[in-house]
Design a protein around this ligand. Structure first.
Ligand SMILES: NC(=O)c1ccc[n+]([C@@H]2O[C@H](COP(=O)([O-])OP(=O)(O)OC[C@H]3O[C@@H](n4cnc5c(N)ncnc54)[C@H](OP(=O)(O)O)[C@@H]3O)[C@@H](O)[C@H]2O)c1
Length: 332
C-alpha cells in the first residue's frame, strides 16, 4: 500500500513564537478516490504569515486548521490519479494541498495551470501576494503620479510587488526592510527609489530625509514601531493601508496602538485595512495586468526556494525571523 507522509498540527502557537514541535510527522494510508476526486502529487508549497493565524484559529483572518489535521497550505502539484473527467492525469494544478506528499481532493476545488515558466509564480506575484499588492495599493492606497509611497516589508512577497506597482503608477517609492542585503535588493532589483534598514537605521531620520514633503501612501505589512514612525510623517490626506502586522504575530499580548495615531486627525488622513478575499470577482483583470507587467519586465520577483519534505515546518518559521528573501516556497 502507498504511504502518504504528512505534517499534522500538534499545538497552537497563539501568543508565542512558532515552534517546530507545533507539528507532528505522520504516515497515512491512501484510500480509493471518491467520485469527482483527484490524487495530486504535491510538488511545491507556498508559505504565508497567515498560516500561523490559521493554526491559532483567529476568526476573520483565515479559516482554521484544527489540532490533528494535516497542516493547511496552498501548493502546486501534478494529478497522478483522477476520478474527475475534467482533470486528466499529468495536469499541473494549484489548490489547498496541505503539508503532505499526496492530496486527495475534489477536482473542482483545483485551478489547472499551464506548465510554463510562470508555474511557481502562481503562488506569488500571479497569485495571492500579487493580488494583495494590487488591490491593497490601487484600491485602498489610491496612489497618484508624483505621490511618495512608503512600503514596509519591502523585500517580501507582497511588499516588493507593491513598490513596483507604485513605480509603474508614477510614484516615488521608499521601502523598509531588515538588513543591508535586503535593502540593496529593494533598490537594485525591485527599483525602489530608496530603502531604509529598520533593524540598523534611524527610521525617523531616514524618513525625514527621503520624504521631505510627507508620505502620501503608506502600505503597511508589519505594524509596530515602523508604523508609528511613518504616521509621524504622513502628508495631508494620506492613505495608510493596513495589509498586515507581522511584528505582532508572535507577541504574547496585544501591543498598544501607535502613539502617533492622532496625526491622522491633523493630516485629515485615512487608515484602512482590507482582505484580499473582498476582491475575488476582479481577480482575472488584475492577473492579466500583473502578467503583462512581468512579461514586459516592469515587474520582477524573487523566490526563496527551500527543499525537502523534512524541512517544511522549519520553512514556515523563516517568515517570522526574516530569513526568507522573496516569496517563500519549498520544493518537495
Ligand atoms: N490583507 C490581506 O489580505 C493579506 C494577504 C496576504 C498577506 N498579507 C500580509 O502581508 C504581509 C506580508 O506577507 P508576505 O507573504 O509577503 O510575507 P513576506 O513579506 O515575504 O515575509 C515576511 C517578512 O516579514 C518581515 N518580518 C518578520 N518579522 C518582522 C518584525 N517583527 N518586524 C518587521 N518585519 C518583520 C521579514 O522581513 P524583514 O527581513 O524585512 O524583516 C519577513 O521576510 C504579512 O503581514 C501578511 O500577513 C495580508
Amino acid at each position: 500500500m502507498t504511504t502518504n507522509r504528512q505534517w499534522l498540527v500538534d499545538a497552537s502557537p497563539r501568543g508565542r513564537a512558532l515552534e517546530l514541535t507545533d507539528f507532528k510527522y505522520n504516515e497515512a494510508g491512501v484510500e480509493p478516490l471518491g467520485k469527482g476526486e483527484v490524487r495530486v502529487k504535491v510538488e511545491c508549497l507556498s508559505f504565508e504569515p497567515s498560516q500561523k493565524g490559521q493554526i491559532e484559529v483567529i476568526a476573520g483572518y483565515s479559516s482554521g486548521t484544527a489540532i490533528g489535521d494535516v497542516m493547511g497550505a496552498r501548493g502546486i502539484g501534478e494529478v497522478v490519479e483522477s476520478n474527475d473527467p475534467g482533470l486528466a492525469v499529468g495536469k499541473k494544478v494549484l489548490g489547498s494541498l496541505g503539508w503532505q506528499e499526496l492530496a486527495s481532493i475534489p477536482g473542482r476545488s483545483l485551478q489547472e495551470l499551464p506548465n510554463d515558466q510562470f508555474l511557481t509564480a502562481h503562488l506569488g506575484p500571479l497569485g495571492a501576494q500579487g493580488l494583495t499588492a494590487y488591490f491593497g495599493l490601487l484600491r485602498i492606497g489610491q496612489p497618484e503620479p508624483g505621490d511618495t509611497v512608503v512600503v514596509s516589508g519591502a523585500a517580501g512577497a507582497v511588499g516588493s510587488v507593491v513598490g513596483q506597482i507604485a513605480r509603474i503608477n508614477g510614484c516615488r517609492v521608499i521601502g523598509t526592510a531588515g538588513g543591508p542585503d535586503k535593502c540593496a535588493a529593494v533598490v537594485n532589483e525591485f527599483h525602489f527609489d530608496a530603502a531604509i534598514d529598520y533593524k540598523n537605521d534611524n527610521v525617523k531620520a531616514r524618513l525625514k530625509e527621503h520624504c521631505s514633503n510627507g508620505v502620501n501612501v503608506f502600505f503597511d505589512n508589519v505594524g509596530g514601531p515602523v508604523l508609528n514612525d511613518v504616521l509621524a510623517r504622513i502628508a495631508s490626506h494620506a492613505r495608510v493601508v493596513i495589509c498586515g502586522g507581522i511584528s505582532r504575530y508572535e507577541q504574547e499580548s496585544l501591543p498598544a496602538g501607535p502613539a502617533n495615531y492622532f496625526n491622522v486627525v491633523f493630516r485629515q488622513a485615512r487608515i484602512e485595512g482590507f482582505l484580499l478575499s473582498g476582491y475575488e470577482r476582479e481577480y482575472p483583470v488584475a492577473l492579466d495586468r500583473l502578467k503583462g507587467w512581468i512579461e514586459s519586465g516592469e515587474l520582477v520577483y524573487k523566490e526563496d526556494i527551500q527543499e525537502g519534505f523534512d524541512n517544511i515546518p522549519a520553512t514556515l518559521k523563516r517568515l517570522f525571523t526574516g530569513a526568507n528573501f522573496g516569496k517563500q516556497l519549498l520544493k518537495m
